[in-house]
Structures are given as C-alpha cells and as structure tokens.
Design a protein around this ligand. Structure first.
Ligand code: PLP
Length: 449
C-alpha cells in the first residue's frame, strides 16, 4: 500500500468533526482511517496492512472488492441504478430466485429489506399477523439488530438502554454447555434441559399468547455457540405443538459462514421464516430480507401485507447479490469455508487452546469460530467481566492491540475473540493470521492466574 499520512489525517479530522459513530461514546473513540481494501486485507494511510479476521462486521464473506461483483454493480448502475419496489425488475427477480433456490424447505418467497434489523422487524410483524398473537420469545446471549423491536429481542447489554415493556418479548436460555444454566455435563443433557426450560417458559407465558420464537441458528456476536444435535429440531417440534412461528435469524450465520449456504442445513431444520443480510452480497450494497414459507405467504395472498420500504429490493443491492451468489457458486466459496475450517482453523485453534492458559474453550464450525478467553481454565472465570468497559476491559484491549501490531485485525466481544475471516480466505492467509493470534494470546496469558 502507498502511504499518504496527510490524506489520512484529513479523513480522520472530518470523521472526528462530523461522523457520529454506532455504539460509542463519541469522545472516547479513535477510528482508524482506512485507505483501501482488497480480498482478505485492508490498509491505512501510514502503510500498515491488516489481515481482516472480522470480515468487517462478519459480512465480507467473499472479501473486499471482488472484481466480478464490483463490475456487476457498475453495470447495474449504468443500466438501472434504482427503481421503486412495486415493479418487477430483473435484478430483484433474479436475486429472489437465486436466494429462494438455496433456502431450505418451502421458504420460497423473499421480502427484501435494507439490512438485518429491519428483516427481523418484518419477520416478527408477519408472525404476529399470521398467528394473531402478541408475544415473542428470544434467547439471552443473542443479537438481532439495532432497531426498536430488534434491540428488544437482543439478549446482550446493548438492549438495556432501549428496553421497552411494550415490546412483548420474553427471554429464555438457549443451550451453551461451557456456561450451562442447566447444570449439564454433556451436550445431550444441555439439549434436553434447554428444551424442557423452553417448554416450561411457553407453558407459563401461555402458548396462545406467543406468536414466534426467534433464534440465531448459530448465535454469532454472543459467542458462536453451535447448538447441540437435536436442539433446533426440538424447538421446531415445540413450535408445531403450540402453533408458534419458528424464525431463524441467519443474518450472520447465512451465506457460507458455517460452511453451508445456510446454517439451518447443518441441522436439517426448516423454519417458517428466515432472516438474512450481510453475506447475501458481502455487504457491498446494503441488503437484507426475510425468506417466507408457503403457509405464511398464503396469509398475505388475498390480504395486504402491512409493511414496506422505499428501497425494498433495490436494484443496485440486488445486482450485487446476484453477482455474489454466482461468485460463491463458481468459486466454491461455501465449500472452501467448510474445508479450510475443518482442516486448518479448527486444529490450529485446538493447538492454541492446549498451549495458552488464557484459552478456555474453542468452538465453531466453517469460518465461524470463537475463542473464550479466561483468567483460569478450571473456574472458567472470564478474562474480563461480562460487559466490562474501560480499565476492566484492559486485558482484551491488550490482546487486540497485540494482534493488530502483528498485522491481524481481530474481532473482540467481551472476553472472546472470534475468528471470522472471509469465507474465500486462503490457507496461507489463515496460517499467517493464526500465527499472529498465537503471539497475541501470549499477551492475554499474562492476565491469567
Ligand atoms: N441479526 C443478527 C444475527 C446479526 O448478527 C445482526 C448484525 O450483526 C443483525 C441481525 C442486524 O443486522 P443489521 O446490522 O444489518 O441491521
């Protein structure tokens, strides 16, 4: 990369003067000025290059600046940059077809949104109208988006400031053996007890009041907890038993992240509604959506669906989705995530866990991995407390700084680092990144007891 510190300083100065950043105390942040990005890397104006182990916010599943997708966006811009949602438009029709062909079961109708949170909002609206019921169950340790209903569903501290009693959301515990709420010692116990807990929650809330249960197929930001065998099938059964709509949120887990087109395919489960965004076009142009089952689509066959967006199925975003899905198919990107996840990432991370006292657990699938960092492997005390900020979060900040100094941009959330590079990452890139993580974990080790 070329260096141009002056240009970087100008970008930074205008940012600090005028850009109001997400989830941040505006005066306490120091955003890196980015000069460019390509493939699995990005670079700043000072000549520092980083291997992106975060895929942005886990959305650049085909990396940055894929030439075929960039060209498709340019062509779409030249031919039809935008068009209102009530018309049939080629890019939109084709994107919907390619998505519907890949979604499980009879999820064959696609409602397009601008991103993940509004996909979640609309999935809930569909479920409430379809059932005529008010409430929704969602999991602690989840993230469903930043809009009002979606943040109320979310089970992490970002919900607290916007919590609204009127949202009709009840939280429950999904399975997570490493920090079991059910005193479970095996995956099977965790699964059975989590299902029993969910059914009891349904009984005490009143089955006739519950429109939907929403789960991330594999919870992402909350810590990449791959559900035990049988759990999602069990939730599907409970939904059928009580007439509840089953929503799977695949905003992060979908489009190759788990080494399948959709994480639901790992578990042979078919929800009634499935939300997606991010990987659908690698985030090149904002796009999300809801994949809708035949039964729920029928509810809105003769009756209007009361919802919409000016940019629903925006041609530029849909052209990017068509090109991305075609690239993923032509270049075996989903298969790459599955193969290198199993042959390179998993064994390397397990070796790191053996050698580093700070690594309490390794878990994940495909290109979707979490390292749970702890002060003590026996007590499993997290390296930093839940929702730690400032000084209390210093050990994770030190780890992240060390990773960056070694050329890897790490994903850090609470006491975890996630290994979530693009799904088309190469073996050589992975090895480079894993070596840098190894060195950074030695810094984390200094905080263990
Ligand atoms: N659902 C899940 C599972 C997510 O991971 C996210 C974002 O990280 C969202 C919903 C919200 O998506 P967006 O930020 O595009 O609104």
């Amino acid at each position: 990369p070329q260096t141009d510190p002056q240009a970087g300083a100008a970008v930074k100065a205008a940012d600090r003067a005028h850009v109001f950043h997400s989830w941040s105390a505006q005066e306490l942040i120091d955003p890196l000025a980015v000069a460019g990005a390509e493939g699995s890397y990005f670079w700043d104006f000072d000549g520092n290059r980083y291997l992106d182990f975060t895929s942005g916010l886990v959305f650049t599943n085909i990396g940055y600046q894929h030439p075929k997708v960039v060209a498709a966006i340019q062509e779409q811009a030249a031919s039809m940059t935008t068009f209102a949602p009530a018309f049939a438009v080629e890019a939109r029709s084709e994107a919907a077809r390619l998505i519907a062909e890949r979604t499980p079961g009879d999820l064959d109708k696609i409602f397009f949104t601008n991103g993940g949170a509004d996909a979640v909002e609309h999935a809930l609206r569909m479920a409430r109208i379809h059932t005529g019921r008010p409430k929704v169950l969602s999991a602690y340790r989840s993230y469903h988006g930043g809009t009002q209903q979606a943040i109320n569903l979310t089970g992490d501290p970002r919900r607290w400031a916007s919590d609204s009693g009127a949202a009709g959301v009840v939280h429950f515990w999904a399975p997570f053996l490493y920090r079991s709420r059910f005193y479970a010692e095996t995956e099977q116990q965790e699964c059975e007890r989590a299902l029993e807990h969910l059914e009891t929650t349904i009984a005490f809330e009143g089955p006739g009041t519950i429109a939907a249960i929403i789960l991330e197929t594999v919870p992402g930001t909350a810590g990449i907890m791959v559900p035990p065998p049988g759990y999602l099938a069990g939730v599907r059964e409970l939904c059928d038993k009580y007439g509840i709509v089953f929503i799977l949120d695949e905003v992060m887990a979908g489009f190759g992240r788990t080494g399948r087109w959709f994480a639901a395919d790992l578990f042979d489960v078919v929800p009634d509604l499935m939300t997606f965004a991010k990987g659908v076009n690698s985030g090149y142009v904002p796009l999300g959506g809801v994949a809708i089952s035949g039964r729920i689509a029928e509810t809105f066959g003769k009756r209007a669906y009361p919802g919409g967006l000016t940019y629903s199925g925006h041609p530029l975003a849909c052209a990017a989705a068509v090109a991305t899905i075609n690239v993923m198919a032509e270049e075996s990107v989903v298969e790459n995530a599955a193969e290198l996840g199993a042959s390179v990432v998993e064994p390397a991370l397990r070796r790191l866990a053996e050698r580093h006292p700070s690594v309490g657990e390794v878990r994940g699938v495909g290109m979707f991995w979490a390292l749970e960092l702890v002060r003590n492997k026996d007590t499993r005390e997290p390296l930093v407390p839940y929702n730690a900020a400032g000084e209390a979060a210093a050990p994770m900040a030190a780890f992240a700084a060390a990773a960056k100094a070694n050329g890897v941009w790490p994903f850090v959330n609470m006491n975890r680092t996630h290994v979530v590079p693009p799904c088309n990452v190469t073996e050589a890139e992975l090895k480079e990144g894993l070596a840098a993580l190894d060195a950074a974990l030695s810094v984390a080790d200094e905080y263990t007891e």
